[in-house]
Design a protein around this ligand. Structure first.
Ligand code: DAK
Length: 281
């Protein structure tokens, strides 16, 4: 499958999607968001894909925001269309019934932070930076930042980031619950010593970062695929409703799992003291 702005690879049930516009720090233009929407439709219907990882090309940026060059050409009508196209792509990611991890390998600003928040989990490289700087451009976030950020980190912290437009580092993002984990990994020479660049700085090891996240996702993918999808559905839909409706949804999904082969396999494996072999059926 060929895309102009994305690289796509599937191995061992894991799809790796690379936002591939390094010359613009992987900024999201409308072609990229429409390719993302198309790709996530493909991933949703491909039984060979069990989970996905999103990463930015290069080592400097995950995604440095919506493409400001393109944004500057918009008017009220085309601006709204631009937002709707981006929101459609992010909704497809958020509602995919397969786990998606954002591998935040650098700047995740504006639309980049919003893209990461649409993923189910976020893992940051130690040098990653997060922020919603839109108010400095006379804008507000257009890809769900005003909605997903308070749901993730609480209203007070979200407003601090959204109103201040400031940038926080990976450690702070972890502290406030914006990311699930921070992975610190640097290139080493053959003796195992960390390499430094001409400025004396350690060199980020993108491949090792990605393989750490692949291992994390592989761990999740040992669980029952249909149950994983139902967890995502229960959490996403539950956050949109009141507690009693959310509990009813949970009970309905719980009951529905008894129609799957995997629920019997999971419990039998436990009782027989063996590892469950889930088939996603
Ligand atoms: N868009 C387009 N190009 C970008 C970009 C972006 N968001 N971010 C970086 N680039 C480009 C730079 O223009 C530069 O290209 P050339 O000038 O070389 O052609 C190249 O990437 C390298 O960037 P820098 O030279 O600036 O690199 P530095 O290391 O010096 O700085 C930086 C890195 C990330 C701090 C800096 O590039 C930066 O501040 N970038 C902008 C970050 C930002 O403000 N992001 C938020 C964008 S606003 C809406 C729809 C959507 C949204 C809102 C509303 N509606 C339509 C209502 C969402 C908005 C956003 O995401």
């Amino acid at each position: 499958m060929e895309f102009d702005n994305l690289l796509y690879d599937v191995k061992d049930g894991i799809a790796t999607i690379t936002i591939n516009r390094p010359e613009a720090l992987n900024a999201l233009n409308s072609d990229t968001t429409s390719e993302l929407a198309k790709l996530f439709d493909i991933i949703a219907s491909d039984d060979n894909v069990l989970g996905a990882i999103l990463i930015g090309a290069g080592g400097k940026a995950f995604v440095a925001g919506a493409d400001i060059k393109e944004l500057s050409t918009k008017d009220p009508v085309s601006g709204r269309e631009f937002v709707l196209a981006g929101q459609e792509a992010l909704n497809k990611i958020e509602n995919l019934p397969k786990p998606v991890i954002a591998a935040v390998n650098g700047f995740a600003l504006g639309g980049g932070c919003e893209l990461a928040m649409a993923c189910h989990l976020r893992v940051a490289a130690a040098h990653a930076k997060f922020g919603q700087p839109e108010v400095g451009l006379g804008l507000i976030p257009g890809y769900g930042g005003t909605q997903r950020l308070p749901r993730l980190v609480g209203k007070g912290r979200a407003l601090e980031l959204l109103l201040g437009g400031g940038i926080i580092n990976a450690a702070e993002a972890f502290r406030i619950g914006l990311v699930n984990a921070v992975v610190e990994t640097y290139k080493k020479d053959e003796t195992g010593k960390e390499i430094t660049n001409e400025k004396g700085r350690k060199v980020f090891d993108r491949d090792d970062f990605l393989s750490n996240i692949q291992e994390m996702l592989k761990g999740i993918l040992t669980k029952a695929p249909i149950a994983l999808g139902y967890v995502i559905e229960a959490v996403n839909r539950g956050l949109e409703t009141d507690l009693s409706s959310g509990l009813k949804l949970e009970a309905d999904l719980f009951g529905q799992l008894y129609t799957t082969e995997d629920v019997h396999e999971g419990m039998n494996a436990y009782l027989e003291k063996r590892r469950a072999e889930f088939r996603g059926k």
